[in-house]
Design a protein. Structure first.
Length: 350
């Protein structure tokens, strides 16, 4: 028994070290590659040169350092935060609903954010010169939370809090309704279709330290709550009745996990737009490689989700330079084939 415990702990430590190394590698690679700036091999030297008590000749001038720190770095950090939140949100939703094919947009967060952004863009148009702060992320955030709250109210009115099926159906209905409203608004305001779809397809090109500061508190809080409840997610895997007999307050845990995952998801979606497949692909890959236990799955999805989106953003900003490929398109190129293979694998197994 002790041997097995030590072996499990050793394997976990190995995975955590691997995840940490992968994050460092992805961050460095993301900062080093770009259409402008210093040669890639000078970037690590410049980073070392700006550390306390270290002084080396990196060969990077002030203009090039400004590109590294004010353009590349916030984009990489924001991609990491978005990828981590979408991934752990997807893993948590999959645990709560005991369905490996759900993602963090299941209860309407994406549809609500999309509708909020569409209304803001359609009604006020280009708000960059009339507002001190871009209001589109704020409105998208409020609409995302509102959509999930409505889904929960609808599900609760039909007993959805005692199970998952009714809540999922309520989410499907809410997503359909909000998407229909968004389509109607776009048809009435066809001149903003391009701008809205640029937002919907995901955007990291405008990332700044302001965006990072906006989402960091929400992502940190959500990840901490989900990490604290990862053992509870393991209990939910055996079923509600069995979890209740083990002393788990199923309804409260489900509500807390959904609220935490939704809060973080709404925050990152409001800033980055709708980036699909991250919450589906990363948890499945981690589950296949490191096991299904949420005690290991939750922290690893945070790390590898960040790695996935940082690396996915690199071809988006280099393949069509000086133009950029929306990050949502890149993740769809990876995620859609994976989803098809996953469905095929499940069917064969069945």
């Amino acid at each position: 028994m002790n041997v097995g415990q030590h072996g499990g702990r050793g394997r976990s430590v190995w995975w955590y070290l691997t995840a940490a190394a992968a994050v460092v590698f992805a961050v460095l690679l993301g900062i080093m590659i770009g259409p402008a700036g210093p040669p890639w091999w000078r970037v690590p030297l410049a980073l070392l040169d700006h550390l306390p008590l270290i002084s080396i000749d990196s060969g990077v001038n002030e203009r090039e350092w400004s590109i590294i720190w004010n353009i590349r770095m916030p984009r990489v950090v924001l991609a990491g935060l978005v990828g981590a939140m979408l991934s752990v949100g997807g893993a948590s939703y999959q645990g709560v609903f005991r369905n490996p094919l759900v993602d963090p947009y299941l209860l309407g967060a994406a549809a609500g954010a999309g509708l909020g952004a569409t209304l803001m863009i359609a009604i006020w148009g280009d708000v960059g010169d009339t507002w001190l702060v871009d209001p589109v992320p704020a409105v998208a955030f409020v609409f995302a939370l509102g959509a999930v709250a409505l889904t929960y109210l609808v599900g609760a009115s039909f007993g959805g809090l005692r199970g998952t099926a009714t809540l999922v159906l309520a989410g499907v209905a809410m997503v359909s309704l909000l998407t229909a409203i968004q389509t109607f608004v776009l048809q009435r305001n066809s001149e903003v279709v391009r701008e809205v779809y640029n937002w919907i397809l995901g955007r990291l090109s405008t990332a700044s330290w302001t965006d990072v500061r906006l989402v960091l508190p929400y992502v940190t809080l959500s990840c901490l709550v989900l990490l604290f409840h990862r053992r509870h997610l393991d209990l939910l895997r055996v079923g509600d009745d069995e979890a209740v007999t083990l002393g788990l307050p199923v309804t409260r845990v489900r509500l807390v996990v959904v609220v935490a995952a939704t809060l973080g998801t709404a925050a990152v979606v409001a800033v980055s737009g709708l980036i699909g497949f991250v919450g589906l692909v990363v948890p499945h890959v981690v589950r296949l490689l490191a096991g299904a236990s949420y005690r290991r799955l939750v922290p690893l999805t945070i790390a590898f989700g960040a790695v996935f989106l940082i690396l996915a953003d690199i071809p988006g900003r280099t393949l069509t330079a000086p133009a950029e490929l929306p990050i949502g398109v890149v993740t769809a190129f990876v995620g859609a084939p994976f989803f098809i293979v996953l469905l095929r694998t499940r069917e064969v197994a069945r």
